[in-house]
Design a protein around this ligand. Structure first.
Ligand code: GLN
Length: 260
């Protein structure tokens, strides 16, 4: 009998040790992978996310790291097509989507958005000798330009609704912004509608292109999260709000986008 009690006791001790290991993160939050905060992104969007060496860096990567640090979780970044991010977050494969992602009503049907942490602008890239000199030219009566966009970004959605659906343009959709810019360079499209920061990076890296002075539309970037994990949503949103309030987010943005 004594032996049985001793075995039972030692079993219980081992079990409680395992239990302690299992909850070995400060957060107590349930995430896609135990103890990790999994960020979905598309690392083709400088300076928000891009590769440097083998590593994904940028504004979103640093904000995500700061959030993970606050929550006592390890950050894991999963690179995927921009088009797949909302689904990955919605299905719980990733915990949060940071991808210079614009808050839109359509996306809100699938995911929750945190507080906005940055603004973006859709701009128009043209060749230096382009006949297109302002955004209004795209909307002019009888206009029929071919516009390059990154698939399922807001540049795609807005030009599709505003122009293609009105019979004013043809939209060519590419899986990477850089490919749309390449199509402009080789004359396959007449202009590219894309977010201003990657636009600047692409234009700086390609001869003969410029960004029009007039903006297409102003937008807000936020973190996309699942609607089914309220505790995690609240924790991430609170952490983000603190990082905005104490100036951390601003500092990260200014590190990558020096004031002009
Ligand atoms: N801001 C745009 C959007 O949310 C583009 C984002 C991106 O290409 N990473 O659709």
């Amino acid at each position: 009998m004594k032996k049985l009690i001793a075995i039972t006791l030692s079993l219980l001790m081992v079990m409680s040790m395992f239990a302690a290991c299992g909850s070995n993160n400060d957060s107590g939050l349930s995430t896609a992978i135990e103890g990790k905060l999994v960020m979905a992104t598309n690392a083709q969007f400088p300076p928000y996310e891009y590769y440097e060496g083998g590593e994904i860096v940028g504004i979103d990567a640093e904000i995500a790291q700061a959030i993970a640090d606050k929550l006592g979780l390890e950050l894991q970044i999963d690179d995927m097509e921009f088009d797949s991010i909302v689904e990955s977050v919605k299905s719980g494969k990733s915990d949060m989507g940071l991808a210079g992602m614009t808050v839109t009503d359509e996306r809100k049907e699938s995911v929750n958005f945190t507080e906005s942490y940055a603004t973006g602008v859709q701009v128009v890239i043209v060749t230096e000798d382009s006949a297109i000199t302002s955004v209004d030219d795209l909307f002019a009566e009888g206009a029929n330009y071919t516009i390059g966009v990154q698939r399922n970004t807001t540049g795609d959605l807005y030009t599709t609704w505003d122009l293609e659906d009105e019979g004013l343009a043809t939209i060519d959709r590419y899986s990477k912004g850089a490919d749309a810019v390449q199509a402009l360079k080789t004359g396959k499209v007449d202009c590219v509608v894309i977010d201003n920061e990657p636009a600047k990076a692409f234009v700086a890296g390609t001869e003969g292109l410029k960004i029009l002075d007039t903006d297409y539309i102003l937008e807000n970037y936020a973190i996309a999260m699942s609607k089914d994990n309220e505790a995690l949503y609240n924790a991430v949103n609170e952490a983000l709000k603190e990082l905005i309030a104490d100036g951390t987010v601003q500092k990260i943005i200014e590190k990558y986008i020096p004031a002009e």
